[in-house]
Structures are given as structure tokens and as C-alpha cells.
Design a binder for this molecule. Sequence first.
Ligand SMILES: [Zn+2]
Length: 380
Amino acid sequence: MKVERLSRSRPWRQEKLPLLSILLVLSLAWSQGGEAAPLRVVEDVRYHSAPGSTRVVIELDRGGDYKVGRLRQPARLYVDLLHARLPRDWGHRSVAIGDGRVRRLRIAQYQRDQVRVVLDLQGKNAYRVFTLTQPYRVVIDLSAPNGHRPDVPRRTIVIDPGHGGKDPGAIGPGGLEEKTVVLAVAKALRRLIEEAMPNTRVILTRERDVYVPLEERARIANAHQADLFVSIHVNASDSGEARGIETWYLSFAANERAKRIAARENRLAQTSLSELEIILRDLRETDRINRSALLAGMTHTALLNHLGRHYSGIVDRGVDGAPFVVLLHTAMPSILVELSFISHPQEARRLRSPSYQRALAEGIFHGLQRYLQTAVALAP
Ligand SMILES: [Zn+2]
């Protein structure tokens, strides 16, 4: 399976836009003044391609009408989003899918107040179009007429946005708080998993800005018999120069850096570090730890690859083990991702932006997919 996004991460100046699109953007800019109801805005377009089915998801800032149509020769399916516009920094966008059902996906400002999404079709497939809410999304599903969809056993993934409530986590320039960023990324990740894996239940350890003790987070995952546990954090350093991505799994602290970061994330834990070390020495959990290390490696690689395609200066700070309390008490493969440094000026700016938050979620999502495919293959 694959998820790809027609993203907004590059400014439109760098793209080879046809003159028409530029004129359209300009005319849109002029026509915005004095309108009663502002046009809805397309926030994101992405697709998930799986064996037997393709799903295209169009996210808008709010709900409204759309029209579906089909054209022959060449075969196309289109959805017109009424009273809507593309963001100013998008031209028209086009991405090749070529999965046997959709050759290409295109999106453009079709009329002043209409956005058209076109799927160039391959083969004979059934389709349905429906909406999801929070956020508002128009979903186009294509599948083989006999509904071939491989049977995937139902599974549960717990996503753990770090900190919350009285515990803001690390704080960056302008008062940007770790707890806010990680909640946004966790919600974006849940959306991606739910869209692409209908047989997967996703549980967040917190939905809002509330304080949840570390031990309670692990208890939530165990109570739901989760298959995977992913804790999401943002890094910080005193110097403000450190940047990059780190992924952690549970182990006895091997070095000073690992001890330092574990101490910071464990700050409000009820389990003391010495207790933790005793439990860890005793641990007969090699299989869980090995699987956690595998999950950490795959997630880390996928995250770096994905971000590297959209952003410059993405630094690989490696995968390592450390004694994190939140990873100790869980019973399933568990990792902790430190997304970027909130103390680094450029990374803080990125962490604040919804498109970087989405890219982070997408990278983690790719890693989870890779792991789940491998884990199914490894299972006895
Ligand atoms: Zn944290």
C-alpha cells in the first residue's frame, strides 16, 4: 500500500505552471474581495493504493456540495467541488498512480468557484463517492467489480501524543509547545491509518489538552490489547543548534545522550529510574524488544525518506534504545519518535505548519505499513 499527497510543501514559484493557472490564481486573488460567503478551501489531496482498491481523499476546510461525473474515451471519473478553491500557492496538480485502476490523478481550479478532481481510469472498476467529517473529506473509492480485497485481521494501533495539560513538554520560540504539535501530528496519523486500513482501530491516549500520566498511557494500550504503540514527541536542546529526527525503543541506557533524553521524557513518571533499571535487567521480553527495534528502524527510515523528498536539511540522528517509562509498561512493540527540535528556529517554524505536521504523520504511517507487512510475513 502507498499513500501519496499532492502536497503544498514547495512554493508555487518553483513549479512549472502553465500560464493559465497563474492567471487563474491572479483572478482569484482579485475576486476575493466583498463576497458574501468565502469559497471553501482545499486543504489536502492524497491517495491510498492497496491491492484491490484505490482511495482518493480530498480534504476541505468545511463541508458543501459536490457533483460526480463520468466521461468515456478516455475513461475518466471526476468530482466537482462546488463553491471551492485551491490554495493560492497551488497550481493545478497532477500525479501518476498507475496501479491498474487509476492512471493519473489531477486537480485544478475548473471554474472561478469550482475545483475539479479528475481520475484517469484504467480497467473496469466499481466506484463510490462519499464524505467523512472532522475534518470534512470527500472520498473516492475504486475497486474491482467483484470486490477483491484481501482479508486483513482486525488490529489496534495506539498513538500516544506526549505531554498535555499541566505538562507542556518542550517549549520553542514564540511559546510553541510540544504538547500542541504532537497532538496535531497524532490526529493526522490517525486519519491516514483509518483512511487506508479500514480493519485497523486507532486509539489516542489523549484527544485533548489534558494531562495523562505515563503509566496510564501504557495501561490504555494494554487494556485495548494494542498491536503497536507509537509515542510522539518533539525534541529540544539548550544550544538551539541541534536538529533532526531520533527514534527510540526500550532498552537499558547505553550512553549519556540516551539517559538525558529518557530523563527529560520521564520527568513526571511515578516509576523511578532505578526501579526501571531493575525491571529492565530482569526483563524476559527479548521478542517484544526485538520487534520494537525493527519497528523503530522501519519508522525512522520511512520518516527520513518521506521528509527528505519534501524538505531540505532533514538530519538523521539515528535509532537507539533508552529507558523510557512510557515504553516500559506496554506489552506490545512500542517506539517513541522525536520528530524534530522545537528549539531550532527553522524546525520550530516547520513544526508549527500544518503541512509539515502532515508530512511527519505520512512518514510515520509509511513506516508502520512497512512494519505491518513485515510482521505479517514474520508471524508463525
Ligand atoms: Zn516529549
